[in-house]
Design a protein around this ligand. Structure first.
Ligand code: NAD
Length: 428
């Protein structure tokens, strides 16, 4: 995609205005624009064609009438094939919106560059989080609207880079929608409105849990280099996933920050380790973290996440206020102001894309950059505390220089970094 070509496409899309295709006025405006460019289709590309990326493509294709998937990239070609064959299942209702010939299927670690260069308007970024800062920067530099899965980085330099990219997206009038999907859940949104308007009084404490079981593992194949093995099993390597406190528990941490009016904790003190998932095949991540987050006003949030089989499971969050308490997943408040969400919550993943595509059509950009970066940082701060055995402040975490980027991503031997040992591993 040449810059001028993509810019003129985007200018057209902006000038055509709203998503309400079918409404008389907008149809007329679209027709005028179509005359100029001959096309009002939003072209979508994806980088990272795994489970979530494939789901996000489907939701993007269902979000707008004139949208097409035109380019796919993944480090591994077999993942593209799998994703395409799943998307091509007629039950998804998107088959006619898929136009990805062989020449627009890109494999290898540099595939994001080719996807970006495929004359697209919108990009879905759903690789392991390690790659997000670079992919986001390149996408926004190229003038693309972005759907970015969470978390958005694995270390503080990555978060700082994404903050900068988010600012750029704002300047360029580009939409940047985050995969922190609870924020697009109808029930959670209504609940947070209640909380923010005082239904539970002042929050005094919070309990946020992501207690679950083990996840998938891809058995190592003899032909795989260390790099391929790690990338295919990215969950288990801190440099790729940020560890599960960032990769998974971020949803719960984001709830706590959201409830606090997007104020972030000033300190984290965490206990964590690797009790069960000790086999070297599980890389260097922990299997549990227990973190106390402290806000400037004295509020404490108690966070627990675990990925161990055979244990009590609970994924839910609780807010305790001076006038009542709130069960976040039940969308319910008990206390002085009893409240229940009585609506029917739509699919939150679909809502994300409906919002993104409507924002593009209306030229009313959404920018979720700030909370997606800060919630990522909140998770990283907890991990830093658990790994080092120290209490870590927000400022320390934010200014950390620990950078997990390897020298290169070639298919080579690469040692697994040692498992962090509290009291021994140093804060960097
Ligand atoms: N919002 C949610 O509820 C939710 C749910 C699941 C996953 N996620 C997030 O989505 C992202 C992807 O997770 P997933 O479950 O789909 O994992 P996955 O392993 O199924 O998919 C990741 C894909 O990225 C590919 N990949 C790896 N490195 C790459 C690179 N450098 N360039 C291009 N492709 C690369 C992998 O080959 C794989 O196909 C993660 O950040 C995860 O945290 C979010």
């Amino acid at each position: 995609m040449t810059d001028s070509k993509s810019l003129s496409r985007r200018k057209f899309l902006l000038s055509t205005g709203g998503a309400a295709i079918g409404s008389g006025l907008l149809s007329q405006r679209l027709s005028a624009g179509m005359h100029l460019r001959g096309d009002d289709t939003l072209r979508v590309g994806i980088v990272g064609c795994g489970g979530r990326g494939t789901g996000a493509v489907k939701q993007a294709l269902l979000a707008d009438k004139n949208v097409k998937l035109v380019a796919m990239g993944d480090a591994f070609g077999d993942r593209i094939d799998r994703s395409l064959s799943s998307l091509n299942n007629p039950e998804n209702g998107v088959v006619e919106k898929i136009d990805v010939p062989e020449e627009r299927r890109f494999d290898g670690v540099d595939c994001y560059k080719q996807v970006i260069a495929s004359d697209i308007d919108v990009i879905i970024l759903a690789t392991p989080p390690h790659f997000r800062p670079e992919h986001l920067r390149a996408a926004v530099d190229a003038g693309l609207h972005v759907f970015a899965e969470k978390p958005v980085a694995v270390d503080a330099p990555g978060v700082r880079s994404v903050m900068e990219t988010s600012r750029k997206a704002k300047e360029k009038n580009l939409s940047l929608v985050s995969g922190l999907c609870y924020r697009y859940h109808d029930g959670r949104l209504a609940l947070m409105d209640q909380v923010h308007s005082g239904a539970i009084g002042d929050i005094v404490s919070m309990q946020v849990n992501y207690l679950t079981g083990e996840l998938w593992y891809h058995e190592r194949q003899p032909e795989w280099s260390d790099m391929e093995w790690q990338m295919r099993n990215w969950l288990y390597f801190t440099w790729l996933s940020g560890d599960h406190i960032a990769e998974q528990h971020i949803h719960s941490l984001d709830v706590a920050a959201w409830a606090m009016g997007d104020q972030y904790p000033v300190r984290a003190t965490s206990v964590g380790g690797r009790q069960v998932r000790t086999d070297p095949k599980y890389g260097n991540v922990y299997d549990h973290f227990n973190t106390t987050y402290e806000w400037e006003n004295g509020v404490k949030g108690f966070s627990a996440c675990r990925q161990q089989n055979g244990c009590y499971r609970e994924v839910n969050d609780y807010l305790i206020g001076t006038k009542g308490r709130c069960d976040v997943f039940k969308h319910r408040i008990d206390g002085e102001n009893n409240w229940r969400f009585k609506g029917r919550a739509r699919n939150m993943y679909q809502n994300e894309h409906d919002a993104l595509f409507a924002a593009i059509r209306k030229n009313e950009p959404i920018n979720n950059g700030e909370y997606m970066c800060k919630s990522t940082m909140m998770a990283i701060m907890g991990r830093m505390s658990a790994y080092t055995g120290q209490s870590i402040t927000w400022d320390q975490a934010w200014n950390s220089t620990e950078d997990f980027t390897p020298v290169d991503y070639s298919w080579r031997d690469v040692a697994v970094a040692p498992v962090a040992i509290p009291g021994v591993t140093k804060f960097i």
